[in-house]
Design a protein around this ligand. Structure first.
Ligand SMILES: Nc1nc2c(ncn2[C@@H]2O[C@H](COP(=O)(O)OP(=O)(O)OP(=O)(O)O)[C@@H](O)[C@H]2O)c(=O)[nH]1
Ligand SMILES: [Mg+2]
Ligand SMILES: [Zn+2]
Length: 311
């Protein structure tokens, strides 16, 4: 249900408590329990025996140390990518989250909050919808139950929805409204720059409020300052398929799309078939992914070598 330093809060038939998060076999970051995991727990010792196989796992390079991995949530069916109709809205940031959902293989829904604070929120809805064909984009006032109710259709029985985005966009406000949990803390954004105050500090899962939708789950998460790309090559290729399809027509298979003759990307931009700004964003993400994925592979090979030496 939630992860704290060295401990996890778990719930099961007839109990809900905090237990140590350690497992009998030590392993890498991905072998630790995270929110949304199903665990096998020894009733007598209250210790974790093992983590059941995950249907999906959201992770990212740990902020400040991209050689480490931070788990966001497991067994998620839908990701609410939350941004506000105010200062936070940013196409490049949305693309990063979309890459992550493609890579993990869960359904993305872009949720635009603070519709009430924007004079023309429909323009932002159109901008977000243009990012991916068929992308669901919902506009809400997260404080208003009638407005947030449109999101309930994504959280049916047995469905888990994780809510992610920058600090202050209203993630906890949504979870609070949808679950009716009065105790969830929220806090006004800073007046100077509209940024949030990192109010939520732990990932935590909540039950949806009763009625027809009881049985659905929402995971509230701390606001992310940055979302680095690592090991998301498939996600980048798919989210930017308009660009990556064109690269197939470049004369050289290792074309860097800068000065090579026969570059299809340059031709497409010149003819107005590709937006140079989108190509630029694709290039940046693809390169960042290549650098970070290389570092992750090196880390794994180092740790398997040292495990071998210990034996
Ligand atoms: N006007 C308006 N205010 C909103 C809306 N949604 C959230 N807020 C306000 O925005 C502020 C920040 O909301 P939070 O829910 O704490 O934001 P958060 O995304 O959980 O932030 P962190 O926990 O720091 O990541 C609060 O003052 C909310 O009342 C909305 O749709 N309209
Ligand atoms: Mg919060
Ligand atoms: Zn090219």
């Amino acid at each position: 249900m939630s992860v704290h330093r060295g401990r996890v809060t778990v719930t099961g038939e007839g109990f809900e408590e905090s237990i140590p998060s350690s497992l009998p076999t030590a392993g890498g970051a991905e072998d630790r329990p995270t929110v949304g995991d199903w665990l096998l727990i020894d009733r007598d010792t209250r210790s974790i025996v093992r983590i059941l196989e995950r249907a999906s796992l959201f992770k990212r390079p740990a902020p400040g140390d991209e050689r480490r991995v931070q788990l966001i949530a497991a067994n998620v069916d839908t990701l609410f990518i939350v941004t506000s109709c105010t200062q936070d809205f940013n196409v490049a940031r949305l693309e990063r989250y979309l890459v992550l959902t493609r890579e993990v293989g869960v359904r993305p829904v872009v949720v635009l909050t603070k519709a009430d604070l924007s004079p023309a929120p429909e323009r932002l809805v159109d901008e977000a919808r243009a990012l991916q064909s068929g992308l669901r984009v919902e506009l809400v006032d997260g404080r208003d139950p009638a407005s947030a109710a449109r999101l309930v259709e994504y959280c049916g029985i047995g469905q888990t929805v994780a809510v992610v985005g920058s600090s202050g966009v209203g993630k906890s406000t949504l979870v609070k409204t949808l679950t009716g949990t009065a105790s969830i803390a929220t806090q006004p954004v800073r007046e100077e720059d509209g940024k949030g105050r990192h109010t939520t500090t732990v990932r935590e899962m909540y039950r949806l409020a009763g009625g027809a939708h009881a049985g659905g789950w929402l995971v509230d998460t701390p606001g992310m300052r940055e979302l680095q790309m690592s090991e998301v090559t498939i996600g980048v290729t798919e989210v930017f398929d308009d660009v990556t399809n064109v690269t197939l027509d470049c004369r050289f298979s290792n074309c860097t799309h800068s000065d090579e003759p026969g570059c299809a990307i340059k031709a497409a931009m010149a003819e107005g078939r590709l937006d140079p700004a989108r190509v630029e964003r694709w290039h940046k993400l693809a390169q960042e992914d290549a650098v970070n994925s290389g570092a992750a592979a090196a880390r794994r090979s180092r740790s398997s070598k040292s495990a071998y030496r210990r034996r």
